[in-house]
Design a protein around this ligand. Structure first.
Ligand code: CIR
Length: 256
């Protein structure tokens, strides 16, 4: 179960955020704020306490807090984001992490290692780490060494197409995994019960499990139905403005 969630308000500068989908247009900041409010409400319905951090104008992508840290049952690991314009976001997250964890429970990924939290998928005490354009071999080596020091484990998953591991695959507990595209046939995930995401709804592979509910982006009816059919209570939230920056539901929070 999760008790806490950390989010950061989107900055006005978000319209300059990194995107691989410029054809979707720039985000509408006012609508993005409204969607952020709704996202926070959805999380509260799941029974977590939400810490809302202030917007950081100097970092256009800073609402995507998931990339700045990985929080495990045993320790918090500050990441070292792989995109130059985002790298400073990790140190901005540190004060918030320190409110929850003593110094000896905070670890750091250090240069030349890079790692984005969006490349890390937690399945109990095991952590799958995507090797991506953002997360390099040295970052993964450091990350797995930290996990092992704390009695946890990790393994690398190679990505071919997507930005982050969790762009395409997400664990929703009880053995169930949402898989899209390149992850459908991956040997790494053979042992899970797979919910296959159709290509035309691939954005909705990024859903989050929060205390037995699953928050699903609105507008993806096939995925919504499949998750309901698997027995979950679903909460819908619109993230259209974040999608324009390649961001999904998981990217917008740290859950622990
Ligand atoms: C970026 O390219 O870094 C942001 N525009 C999107 C980050 C999405 N985060 C995530 O998948 N965890």
């Amino acid at each position: 179960m999760f008790k806490n969630v950390i989010v950061r308000r989107p900055a006005k500068s978000m319209v300059e955020g990194i995107t691989s989908n410029p054809q979707l247009g720039r985000p509408n900041y006012e609508l993005a704020l409204k969607q952020h409010d709704d996202y926070i409400e959805a999380l509260k319905k799941c029974g977590v306490a939400v810490t809302v951090l202030e917007a950081l104008e100097e970092y256009p992508d800073s609402c995507f807090v998931e990339d700045t840290a990985v929080i495990t049952r045993k320790c918090a690991i500050l990441s070292n984001p792989g995109a130059a314009s985002r790298n400073g976001e990790a140190k901005e997250m540190l004060p918030a992490i320190k409110k929850f964890f003593p110094d000896d429970m905070i670890e750091y990924i250090k240069t030349p290692g890079t790692l984005d939290g969006g490349d890390v998928m937690m399945v109990g005490d095991h952590f799958y780490v995507g090797r991506s354009a953002r997360t390099n071999a040295e970052g993964i080596r450091q990350f797995i060494a930290i996990l092992e020091k704390h009695g946890l484990s990790g393994s690398e998953v190679k990505l071919e197409l997507v930005l982050h591991l969790k762009t395409g695959v997400n664990y929703i507990e009880n053995g169930n995994m949402l898989v899209s595209g390149e992850f459908v046939e991956k040997a790494d995930f053979a042992k899970y019960s797979k919910i296959v995401i159709p290509e035309e709804e691939s954005y909705a592979a990024n859903c989050i499990w929060v205390n037995d509910r699953v928050i699903v982006p609105s507008g993806y009816p096939t995925v919504e139905k499949k998750i309901r059919d698997a027995g979950y209570e679903v909460i819908l939230t619109d993230t259209s403005e974040y999608r324009k920056l390649d961001g999904g539901l998981s990217c917008l929070s740290l859950r622990f």
